[in-house]
Ligand binder design. Structure first.
Ligand SMILES: [Zn+2]
Ligand SMILES: [Zn+2]
Length: 106
């Protein structure tokens, strides 16, 4: 199995790893991994119960559009998106982050 740098990063951020029962993660819709895949990777490296919540993206385009990006294609570690109004590649305001929001210990 391949690795993604942020999987290790997430695991590194959690103190007392051996006592963790479950973990909750917020995943931006434009992050370079999808929710199922992130979960799969994390559970293969740990014994944690993993909950992933997907947060809608927010983009800002030159055409004036502000809102959710249109996702054209979701590949293994790549998301292709554009502005739903003009099809240009917009700036991302929100949607790339992977955040730990909750850790439950035994
Ligand atoms: Zn992978
Ligand atoms: Zn646009």
């Amino acid at each position: 199995m391949h690795d993604h740098y942020f999987i290790e990063n997430i695991i590194k951020q959690v103190p007392n790893k051996n006592k963790v029962i479950s973990i909750e993660i917020e995943l931006g819709d434009l992050a370079e991994i999808d929710a199922g895949h992130l979960k799969e990777h994390l559970t293969s490296h740990t014994s944690w119960k993993v909950e992933v919540k997907v947060i809608p993206s927010k983009i800002k385009c030159l055409c004036g559009y502000i809102g959710e990006a249109r996702v054209l294609q979701r590949l293994h570690d790549l998301v292709i998106y554009d502005c739903p109004e003009c099809s240009h590649e917009p700036d991302i305001v929100e949607g790339k982050d992977i955040k730990i929001t909750k850790v439950i210990y035994r």
